[in-house]
Ligand binder design. Structure first.
Ligand SMILES: [Zn+2]
Length: 348
């Protein structure tokens, strides 16, 4: 019998009953989330007059009543509640025939808040990606200024600004070298980056067009379900004991989470640029491949137009390159502050 037909025979348990015996490593949950108290799902159901189901096919625990529904994934800190995503301090686990879920679930169910928690997220490692390089010069200004060189200079200043503020920074390239888009994205994966910032300079046939632009991934390009399945088939970043179907869900959740953070990230950069007096457009959805990395929240900053006479002149200047770099660093600091504040509020 083939493996998936065995899965079909597996049990979908409904009600406050025991679940079939299976082995799930408890180590997996420790990898994602800090500890907090756990309660047995059965107990919670009895107390709040709810029922639960456990789908062994995809490791999803469904806790529901006629009005409410929560879906949790074993060994994952991300779940769904009444249509919104929730982030837990600790992942549900399966142990000795029982499902244990974090005690905070009780608060979520009784408070009725739709999205009461923000992702546990602290920015430590940032990958800075100077666009283009080597045989690919990027945009070229009328006077011959090459985008790849400006991008690299600003990226190096950004590296210094971020290091000064205590972040770990990795450049996708630190010299004039050609890198494929995939290679750039893989750097983020390799170093387990929390953020990915791609630095570019713009060009337009219309010479008066100017200003800074910040892009985040367009959700239409994301096609998260399809992509989640594709990613689940590829080499996985999840522990090996997590089955294929669960990996697809984890990817789906990760994509959703990364998308949300990317949007917030782009807005943090926009506000910082604006407050510092730069001409900057409201963040836009971008179709760029480098933003399609599932591994990490990403934005792409177009630092100005090489085709614009004034911007070409200032983009050449060291002080301006440093100003741009410092503004991006300050934007990242403000985003980090928001998340730290939210994490503290959650802990209360
Ligand atoms: Zn470019």
């Amino acid at each position: 019998m083939r493996k998936h037909s065995i899965y079909i025979l597996l049990i979908f348990v409904i009600g406050c009953a025991g679940v079939p015996t299976r082995r799930v490593s408890m180590r997996a949950s420790a990898r994602y989330c800090p500890t907090s108290a756990l309660i047995e799902v059965n107990e919670l159901c009895k107390k709040h007059d709810m029922r639960y189901g456990f789908d062994t096919l995809d490791d999803v625990v469904r806790i529901f009543s006629s009005e409410k529904e929560m879906r949790l994934l074993l060994n994952s800190c991300v779940g769904y509640f009444d249509g919104g995503i929730i982030y837990l301090k600790r992942a549900p686990i399966y142990s000795e025939g029982k499902i244990f879920i974090p005690a905070e679930i009780e608060k979520i169910i009784t408070s009725g808040l739709r999205v009461p928690f923000k992702p546990p997220f602290t920015i430590r490692t940032i990958v800075v990606d100077p666009g283009h390089g080597g045989k690919d010069p990027g945009a070229i200004s009328p006077s011959g200024l090459r985008e790849k060189d400006i991008n690299l200079k600003v990226a190096k200043y950004l590296e210094a600004e971020l290091k000064k503020r205590g972040f770990r920074v990795i450049l996708t390239r630190s010299r004039d070298a050609f890198l494929t888009l995939e290679e750039r994205v893989n750097v983020a994966k390799k170093y387990k980056a929390d953020l990915f910032v791609s630095v570019h300079a713009n060009s337009n046939r219309t010479k008066y067009v100017s200003g800074i632009e910040v892009y985040y991934l367009s959700p239409s390009r994301l096609n998260s379900k399809e992509r989640a399945i594709k990613l689940a088939k590829m080499g996985s970043v999840w522990p090996k004991n997590i089955p294929f179907s669960a990996r697809a869900i984890l990817w789906d959740m990760l994509l959703t989470k990364n998308y949300a953070i990317s949007v917030e990230f782009s807005h943090a950069l926009y506000s910082t640029f604006k407050n510092l007096g730069f001409k900057v457009k409201v963040p836009l959805k971008g179709p760029y491949f480098v933003l399609r990395s599932a591994y990490v929240p990403s934005v792409l900053v177009e630092i100005g137009y090489l085709s614009n006479k004034y911007e070409e002149k200032i983009l050449k200047r060291t002080y301006y390159q440093k100003n741009i770099a410092e503004s991006i660093a300050l934007g990242i600091v403000s985003l980090n502050k928001t998340y730290t504040r939210l994490a503290r509020a959650d802990a209360r």
